[in-house]
Every structure is written in C-alpha cells, then in structure tokens.
Ligand binder design. Sequence first.
Ligand code: SF4
Length: 224
Amino acid sequence: MNEANWTRRLKACKKCPRLVIWRKQIAKIKRRQYVHETYWGKPVPSFGSIDSQLLIVGLAPAAHGANRTGRMFTGDESGKWLYRSLYTYGFSTRKESFHASDEMRLIDTRITAMVHCAPPENKPNAEERAQCQTFLIDELKMMKNLKLILCLGNMAWSAIFISLRKMNLFLGSVPKFGHGNMIEAPSYYILGSYHPSQQNTFTKRLTIEMFNEVFEKARLQLNK
Ligand code: SF4
C-alpha cells in the first residue's frame, strides 16, 4: 500500500450508498451563496504529508465546506478555527485555507477524517463508520513518522482507539474522552479536543483559548 494508491481508492470509493447519494445531491443543489461554484462532491482526501509526525482526525466533511472545496476543513467555520490555531503554533504556512488549489501548506501535519464523505446532519451511521475505518487503519499504517494523533471530538477519539486495537497497538477499552486529555499508547500519543463545530464554539463550550491550549500541548509533545 502506498499513499497514491490509497488516495486513488478513496476518491473512487462508493461503499456507502447513502453517502454517495447525499454528497452528489448536495453538490447538485448547492447553497445559494455558492451557486456559481463547482462542488467537489466526492470522498475528500486527507491533506498534508504522509510523513508527518502529527495526524489530526475530524469527523467527516461538511456538506458545503470540504464537500464543496475538496480539502479537509476548508470552506466552513470549523476550518477557520482549525487553521488559525495550526498557524499560531507553526503547523501551517497560512492561517486560512480557501480551496484545495490554494498555496497553503501544512507543516509536519496531516488532516484526515474518520469518514471521508459528507453525511446528512453530520452524522455517519455505524455501518458507514465501520466501512471508512479501513481507510483510517491503512493511513495509520502508512504514517511511519507519526508521533501524535489529535482527535477532534469524541467520535474521532473512539475511532482512533478502535483502529489501534484492530492493529494490535492498543489493548483494553476506549479511554474516557476529554478536552486536553492525552493518552500514551505503545506507538503514539493520542490527544483529545472538543471539535470546533459551531455547536461547541457558539455555546462557548470551546473557546479560542481552550483550542489553542491543545495545539500548544501538541507542539510541546512533538518538541520533546
Ligand atoms: S465514507 Fe468512506 S467508505 Fe464510505 S463511501 Fe465515503 S470514502 Fe467510501
């Protein structure tokens, strides 16, 4: 397995019938403000080098965000939070990501998702999560320099521990998720953060300071 093959397989994937219909339907109907844009409307590939030390795991592409632009966390409010913090701590070359073809680059960082197609109401079902987990496991196997996995939200946290268990890299039950919690697994450190969704940021469950603290922790861990 190499990255080019992995990405080719991912982009052509149609294993989840409900999501195949949904991602195409959204791309056709569009949101009024993006009516003149061509939506990506396919599985969104990971962004950043496979040789990175840091892997960030989100939930799934947003219907009018990454499903529109074709780049993880790009084109929606969650992405604005993520890329601003990445830039602040030296993980990207710019503080904003606009589109898959812009010149912004990640530094020693890769962004993936536990599910690569936009799901209705941002909620992939159990079968879809299980289908896409095969991509996550293969991605983890390819990341030979990986040291730290940052999970955005409880579902990404669970997906990572279940994947590591399937790879025989973690034993036992999934540890309790918490913002800023860090677990040392035999091969990697796993760090949890609330997802920068509007549900969390509007309610101040997640503030900019809290989000930045997680990236500071990641930076310190990688500098050790
Ligand atoms: S969510 Fe994953 S497994 Fe399902 S169709 Fe998309 S890429 Fe394939």
